[in-house]
Design a protein around this ligand. Sequence first.
Ligand code: IDP
Ligand code: MG
Length: 150
Amino acid sequence: MERTLIIVKPDAVQRGLTGEIIKRFEQRGLRIIGMKLLQVSRELAEKHYDVHRERPFFASLVEYITSAPVVVMALEGSDAIVAARTTIGATKPSEAAAGSIRGDYALEIGRNLVHGSDSVENGELEVANFFAEAELCGGWARAVDRWVFE
Ligand code: IDP
Ligand code: MG
């Protein structure tokens, strides 16, 4: 089982898309093992986006993610990283596939609604950055799990 960190970004929360976005991951079959609403601190934002520190958009990215509350989720599943990123869609929403979250609800890269971890290693690190182990229901079993996971 892989773990991925999903962030329903401030624009998505403000636009009332939180439920729609959660629904898509639930429907996909991914198991929610942690979820909360919080306003991201500058410190946490800079840690989360550390790989982008030298990019020209870093300041606006930190501004964006700290601007209003977000909903963060830790999801678990087979191939959770790739599955979640496919459900999210391409980084640039104007090029995201129709049917993906970004392809259905977003237009601009700086308002692209949702974050998903990009590797197994980063999934573990990012979940740990946002959740204490005690906040996670790791390994809980859903009644439908055997109908989702082979
Ligand atoms: P991802 O969210 O699809 O993984 P990354 O390349 O990791 O995309 O970039 C992180 C976030 O930084 C993007 O989701 C987007 O909000 C923002 N971003 C990326 N590239 C640009 C850019 O060229 N201009 C403005 N913002 C950008
Ligand atoms: Mg990324």
